[in-house]
Design a protein around this ligand. Structure first.
Ligand code: RET
Length: 271
């Protein structure tokens, strides 16, 4: 449930976190596009997808930010005021879910693309991961917008089934693909897996905050903050790790490229 009232501190917290998310996503997108020449051609698609993810997310955060500013209005501009829900306006949580519906499949796609796995394996992974991710987001939404705890828990539980399936597929397949990568790439991929598990794990926990913390503004503000920070980690930091994997793989694929970039020291024999 959206609280009726926020203190100035609570309002400012959400305002600042949303603003931080916009900046992080927008400039990560620009960086990833500008960094194209720094990786081999075959890895550029992964960076493009990652930049698009950050761009789509930045766009939706602009909408969320706008919706938030319209939904809560101060009763005494400038002063130590409370912010009340504006008449006829409501904060739209739907932007987040539309954002995830588009970006989560793309995040999975960029991971599969950057690992440059065999075509058949790529296709089979994407056929399993993309429908599961769409299902996870779609099943979460009715619970997210419901004010009723039981409804929230039922949809949340249903959404957790495809979520666990995705984690299982990623864990098993990523572990298998690690054997075929050079030691530095292997280290980065395994760091990436930790980031993926840790940041994706924040979403169901944030979703539960209103169940644990009740209807009040504190749980709601914490949920907005946690979703936003998780988005920054799962999209921006993740994109930068994808970039790092692409760069390391470029060096180990072509020695001459590593030499041109002055990174011969990073070239290693493939196992
Ligand atoms: C960039 C956005 C990302 C990576 C979003 C990921 C979202 C999830 C992993 C959401 C998972 C949920 C559950 C597992 C259960 C409760 C409902 C959700 C949708 C919050």
């Amino acid at each position: 449930m959206i609280p009726d009232e926020l203190t100035k501190g609570q309002f400012d917290t959400v305002y600042n976190v949303l603003s931080l998310a916009i900046a992080a996503q927008l400039f990560t997108a620009i960086f990833l596009l500008a960094a194209q020449p720094r990786v081999l051609q075959r890895y550029r698609q992964a960076l493009v997808i990652s930049a698009i993810v950050c761009g789509i997310a930045a766009y939706h955060y602009f909408r969320i930010f706008d919706s938030f500013k319209k939904a809560f209005v101060s009763d005494a501009p400038g002063g130590e005021s409370v912010y009340k829900q504006a008449i006829g306006e409501s904060f739209n949580e739907g932007y987040r879910y539309v954002d995830w519906l588009l970006t989560v499949p793309l995040l999975l796609m960029e991971l599969v693309v950057v690992l440059a796995l065999a075509r058949k394996l790529q296709a089979s992974l994407l056929w399993r991961l993309i429908p599961a991710s769409a299902l996870m987001i779609a099943l979460g939404y009715p619970g997210e917008i419901s004010g009723d705890t039981t409804t929230r828990l039922i949809w949340g539980t249903l959404s957790t089934i495809p979520f666990l399936y995705i984690l299982y597929v990623l864990f098993v397949e990523l572990t298998r693909s690690l054997d075929r990568q050079s030691p530095t790439v292997r280290m980065t991929v395994s760091r990436m897996r930790i980031l993926l598990f840790a940041s994706w794990g924040v979403y169901p926990i944030s979703y539960l905050l209103p169940v644990i913390g009740g209807d009040g503004p504190v749980a709601w503000v914490s949920k907005q903050g946690a979703y936003s920070v998780a988005d920054i980690l799962a999209k921006c930091l993740y994109g930068l790790l994808i970039y790092r994997i692409a760069r390391l793989k470029s060096f180990s694929d072509e020695k001459s490229f590593a030499k041109d970039e002055g990174k011969e020291d990073l070239v290693e024999a493939k196992p």
